[in-house]
Design a protein around this ligand. Sequence first.
Ligand code: SAM
Ligand code: DTB
Ligand code: SF4
Length: 338
Amino acid sequence: MSSVVEQTVTLHRRADAIAAPQSARWTVEAVQALFALPFPELMHRAQTVHREHFDPTQIEFATLLSVKTGGCPEDCGYCPQSAKFDTGVEASKLMEPQAVLQAAQLAKAAGATRFCMGAAWRAPKDRDIEKMAELVSTVKALGMETCATLGMLNDGHAETLRDAGLDYYNHNLDSAPDFYGDIITTRDYQDRLDTLERVRGAGVKVCCGGIVGMGETRLQRAGLIAQLANLDPYPESVPINNLVPVPGTPLADQPPLDPFEFVRTIAVARLTMPLARVRLSAGRQQMGDAVQALCFLAGANSIFYGDKLLTTGNPDTHADLDLLQRLGLRQATTPATA
Ligand code: SAM
Ligand code: DTB
Ligand code: SF4
């Protein structure tokens, strides 16, 4: 197994389900070679793979809610919720079930099929998990897919959330191992991998991606994608975030990434993880319609839908419905299985 083409073909021919062991590992060099393809060639390959596994006109809508905002002890350099940076985000307590239910009902009525709850914890305590389990079962009872992102999990936490009806756990690798330490010092890469193992072990689907535009090199972007694609099995859901530079964070003045490089990242994620939902995540508001359209062509088939991400803005729902309509795209009506 050496060439990019061979690796790609092997992965495409996989008739097995996503949860089966992977037959090929992606080297960083092979992923980098994909990044380096001429743009039309990369887009053509990504579209071809995308169409083998998905209806290219269908986009999944997931709505985010920050159920516990700010005051986080971690120092993730991109994050407005870290207590270490003065970003103006006020810390709040965990929301009550009734308020979460109301938000989920609104999201469902607006057409979202997945509801993702985020909490700015380093790692939830046992009693936090009990409260989250209640929130998960409340949302699940509405017939929505449930997702949570709560930081690092300890033994038994993923099982408790699973039993409450959690479908996905979001925990991102965020960047390549050799860039990670430039961005976060309060926990390491292995901590993240350990949490992902716990999630997998409990049979909860994995939502794991990263952020680009933090000053990493293309080789490091390839390193992130190789890490994700080599998770065994690779994640069912892969959010690709474009850095939203927030005043007060160390990355506030980071120059924007070339939009074509962002599109390439989406295409490479699609090629290396053919069955995953690739989510065009943070940064859409700054991106413009044309770049988003290129991302859908590159294989993105999920978005965060709703006027807010966790603390920063997202395109408003009317703008998203209008964009989809202009592109002849439709919202995926059934909850995704891949
Ligand atoms: N505290 C939990 C954790 O870190 O696992 C969950 C919430 S955290 C905000 C979820 C993800 O949001 C991060 O891993 C990162 O990928 C993304 N994110 C946070 N701030 C961002 C920003 N300013 N721009 C783009 N993505 C961001
Ligand atoms: C993910 O990868 N991106 C979402 C979700 N998972 C939780 C969060 C984006 C947050 C952007 C910054 C903010 O709004 O605070
Ligand atoms: Fe805390 Fe998550 Fe933000 Fe890091 S990304 S500072 S862990 S909320």
